[in-house]
Design a binder for this molecule. Structure first.
Ligand code: MTE
Length: 330
């Protein structure tokens, strides 16, 4: 991830294919090189690309998400702020499995097969399940949630998600008394996903939450965006949304959720532990080692606006972290 104000060149789509690393030394060299590539070309390099995006492919209408439905902030968790335009939300993306450039996920969206799709929930849970995505989403009433989204790179959007609280799923499956965390795993399909062919990050992409964070009513599993099916570039068919954390916690294309006793490994913390922590709570007082987090560029606006602690959700979530040093646990 680079300085968000920098004017990085457009990503080179010709990433060299990398042989599988064999020894730890070589692996470390590759990791550093890959991270340089990922950070120099990917996250953070994209604000300059806003003018050169492809027209988004219109996602197939979904009976549950009538296309064109007008979304209004009516729920207790909805922000009243102006929503980001659909085109911006669906053509300015981070989804490294589909490429490093901001416009790559929309261009390569067709490479991600989102049906059939199986989701596994296992580990420290009394009723583990393996089920198909349509069954999973039929279990719960789906609701709109208009949330702020703040990327660690320094840009933000307001996105109207459609989905169900992760807590509803976890409670139904009954975590055991030993469960402390949830690990999320994304699709691993290097034969299909162009971004997984070069060794850019440790695949599959993984993320994690503490169980109390996962059970918080703001934490959502999204299956739609702005009243339509979730586009592939935004993480179809199932994607995590945790609005008080930096956007990289919002893992896309989830295939597995495992309840664990110990803190799970997460992709970005593994790639650059000094830069990306497990918690990743939005915090204007703790700069990224290479740039400030005090302000953000709201996509579609000119100028930068102040970033709010916990992305403006402090009233709801600050209590989860009482007694925790948020500088050390960044
Ligand atoms: N999930 C997967 N599987 N792969 C990714 O590369 N990128 C993350 C997150 N989820 C990513 C991912 C990052 S860095 C951000 S900022 C958000 O997705 C971007 O979400 P959006 O493109 O829907 O705005």
């Amino acid at each position: 991830m680079t300085d968000p104000d920098s004017t990085s060149p457009a990503p080179d789509p010709q990433q060299p294919a990398d042989p599988q690393p064999t020894d730890p030394g070589r692996r470390e060299v590759l990791r550093q090189g890959a991270l340089l590539t990922a950070t120099a070309l990917g996250l953070g390099g994209g604000l300059t690309l806003l003018t050169r995006r492809p027209a988004p492919a219109e996602p197939a209408p979904d009976p549950q998400t009538a296309a064109g439905r007008v979304i209004r902030p009516t729920g207790p968790y909805d922000t009243q702020e102006a929503m980001t335009g659909y085109r911006d939300m669906t053509t300015y993306n981070n989804f490294y499995e589909l490429g490093l450039g901001k416009d790559d996920p929309a261009r390569h969206a067709g490479a991600l097969p989102t049906r059939p799709w199986t989701v596994v929930v296992d580990g420290e849970v009394k009723k583990p399940v393996t089920l198909d995505i349509d069954t999973l989403q039929s279990w719960f009433p789906l609701e709109d949630r208009i949330y702020r989204m703040r990327c660690v790179e320094g840009w933000s959007m307001v996105m109207p998600w459609f989905g169900f609280p992760l807590a509803a799923l976890l409670r139904r499956l009954e975590p055991t008394g030993a469960a402390r965390y949830v690990q999320f795993t994304a699709i691993n399909a290097p034969d299909k996903l162009p971004g997984q062919r070069p060794w850019v990050l440790e695949w599959p992409y993984t993320e994690g939450l503490r169980l109390d964070e996962a059970l918080h009513p703001l934490t959502l599993l999204a299956v739609g965006l702005e009243g339509r099916s979730l586009p592939a570039q935004n993480g179809a068919p199932l994607r995590l949304v945790v609005p008080w954390k930096y956007g990289f916690k919002g893992i896309k294309a989830i295939v597995r959720m495992t309840l664990t006793r110990t803190q799970p490994q997460t992709t970005w913390a593994l790639a650059a532990p000094d830069e990306y922590g497990f918690y990743a709570n939005v915090n204007p007082a703790v700069p990224h080692p290479r740039w400030s987090q005090a302000t953000e560029q709201r996509i579609g606006e000119s100028g930068r606006r102040p970033t709010l602690p916990f992305n403006g959700y402090g009233e709801q979530v600050a209590g989860l972290y009482s007694g925790l040093d948020l500088r050390r646990n960044f």
